[in-house]
Design a protein around this ligand. Structure first.
Ligand code: AMP
Length: 396
C-alpha cells in the first residue's frame, strides 16, 4: 500500500478529498477551523514533495445545486493565510473551468474545487461523476475521515480510477491506525467505556465490543435501561422500555463471554432536568419516583477509575451524565481525568464519537489522551464492526 510518507508526489497533481465541512457565521467567516487545520499537513507534504494539490470537499447540506452559503470560496482567505500562497478556485468541481485550472497547475500550487455536493451525483456515488473528478488528478489521496463511512463519489467510488496511485493522507492514516490499535492489536486488558443518552443508539457497538473487550463500562442515560432490566427502581430517569430485553441479552452475553460488565452502583439524582434542581446521591436501583438520575455517583466514578488504571487499552465514547450542566458533569470529568492519568502511565486511550470529544475539550484534556478521533459517525460505524467504504477503497 502507498503511504503519504513514501509516495513520490514529484510532478504529480494530487487529488485530495478532505473534510472542510466547517461551520460558517452569517458573514461567511469560519467559526471553527479544526477540520481544515487537520488536513493541512497532508497538503503541505504533497507540495513539499514537488506535487500540486487539487482539494475537494463538501460543505453543509445543499439541497439542489449551487448555493452561496455553501460555497467553498468562503474558505479561500483562511487557506491562503495558512498555506502562504494564493489558492486557485474552480467555481464548479467538474467541467471546463476545473479541467483547465487543473491542467495548468504547476508544482507547489493548490486548486480548490467548489462544493462537491452541488451535484447530487456525489452522494449517490455516481461512477461517471467520479470519473470526471478522477480525470483532474494523477493520484488520489483520501484525508476525509469524517466521511469515510459514506460510499460517495469522492470518498470511495473514485478510488477505482487510481488502482496504483491511491493513499491515505496523514489524518486518515492516524485515525485508522488508532482504531486498529484499539480494536485489533490484541492488547489486554481492553476497557470500553460507553455513555450517552440511549441504549438504542449504542447497541451495535455494545454487541461488537462484547466480543473484544475485557471490561465494558456503561454510564450516561443508557445505564437506567440496564438498571431497570436488572429489576431496579429508576424513578423518572431516561429509560427505553423497548430495549429492556436488549439490555438483558447484553448482560447475559457479557457473562457468557467472561466480560466484566460494570454498571453504575450510585447516581446523582435530581427532581427536575435543570442545573438548579435539588440533587442527592443514591443507589442506582433505588431512585424515588419523581427523581431522575443525571450523573454517575462518586462510588461508581472511583470504581471506573480503578478499572481504567489497570487497562492497557481504553476506548471512550459517550458522557457519563448530563455534562453540559455543571451540577451533573462530575462523573464525566472524573472519567476524563482517569483517562489522562492512565495515558501518563502508558495506557493507550482513544476518545471518540460526538459528545465525549466535546467533554474532553471542555476540560482541556484532549492533549493528555493518546488520540481524539475527529470523525463522529465514521468512528461509531467502525466500532460497530462495519467496514468503512472510504477506508476499504484505499486498502483493497
Ligand atoms: P449521545 O449523543 O447518545 O452520546 O448522548 C449524549 C447526550 O447524553 C449528552 O447530551 C448528555 O447530556 C446526555 N446524557 C448523559 N447522561 C444522561 C442522563 N443520565 N440522562 C439524560 N441524558 C443524559
Amino acid at each position: 500500500m502507498n503511504t503519504i510518507e513514501t509516495y513520490n508526489f514529484k510532478g504529480k497533481r494530487a487529488l485530495i478529498r478532505v473534510d472542510f465541512n466547517v461551520p460558517l457565521n452569517e458573514e461567511f467567516k469560519i467559526t471553527d477551523t479544526t477540520r481544515i487545520d487537520a488536513a493541512l499537513p497532508t497538503i503541505r507534504k504533497i507540495l513539499a514533495g514537488g506535487g500540486s494539490a487539487i482539494v475537494m470537499s463538501h460543505l453543509g447540506r445543499p439541497k439542489t445545486g449551487p448555493e452561496n452559503k455553501f460555497s467553498l470560496k468562503h474558505l479561500l482567505p483562511y487557506l491562503n493565510e495558512k498555506l502562504g500562497l494564493t489558492v486557485k478556485f474552480a467555481d464548479d468541481c467538474i467541467g471546463k473551468t476545473a479541467n483547465d485550472l487543473a491542467a495548468g497547475l504547476k508544482p507547489g500550487e493548490v486548486l480548490l474545487l467548489e462544493n462537491l455536493r452541488f451535484y447530487k451525483e456525489e452522494e449517490k456515488g455516481d461512477v461517471e461523476f467520479s470519473k470526471k473528478l478522477a480525470s483532474l488528478g494523477d493520484c488520489y489521496v483520501n484525508d476525509a475521515f469524517g466521511t469515510a463511512h459514506r460510499a460517495h463519489a469522492s470518498t470511495a467510488i473514485i478510488a477505482q480510477f487510481f488502482p496504483k496511485d491511491k493513499l491515505f493522507g496523514y489524518l486518515m492514516d492516524s485515525e485508522v491506525a488508532s482504531l486498529k490499535k484499539v480494536l485489533s492489536s490484541g492488547e489486554h486488558p481492553f476497557t470500553a467505556i460507553l455513555g450517552g443518552a440511549k441504549v438504542s443508539g449504542k447497541i451495535q457497538i455494545i454487541n461488537h465490543l462484547i466480543d473484544k473487550c475485557d471490561n465494558l463500562i456503561i454510564g450516561g442515560g443508557m445505564m437506567f435501561t440496564f438498571i431497570k432490566a436488572m429489576g431496579g427502581e429508576v424513578g423518572s430517569s431516561l429509560v427505553e422500555d423497548d430495549f429492556i430485553e436488549t439490555a438483558k441479552k447484553a448482560i447475559a452475553d457479557a457473562k457468557a463471554k467472561g466480560v466484566n460488565l460494570l454498571i453504575p452502583t450510585d447516581t446523582v439524582i435530581a427532581d427536575a432536568f435543570n442545573n438548579e434542581a435539588n440533587t442527592k446521591t443514591v443507589k442506582t436501583d433505588q431512585i424515588p419516583s419523581g427523581w431522575m438520575g443525571l450523573d454517575i455517583g462518586p462510588e461508581t466514578a472511583a470504581k471506573f477509575e480503578e478499572v481504567i488504571m489497570k487497562s492497557k487499552i481504553v476506548l471512550w465514547n459517550g458522557p457519563m451524565g448530563v455534562f453540559e450542566m455543571s451540577s451533573f458533569e462530575k462523573g464525566t470529568k472524573e472519567v476524563a481525568m482517569a483517562l489522562t492519568k492512565a495515558t501518563a502511565n502508558g495506557t493507550y486511550t482513544l476518545v471518540g464519537g460526538g459528545d465525549s470529544v466535546a467533554a474532553i475539550n471542555k476540560y482541556n484534556l484532549a492533549k493528555k489522551v493518546s488520540y481524539v478521533s475527529t470523525g463522529g459517525g465514521a468512528m461509531l460505524e467502525y466500532i460497530e464492526g462495519r467496514e468503512l467504504p472510504g477506508v476499504a477503497a484505499i486498502e483493497s
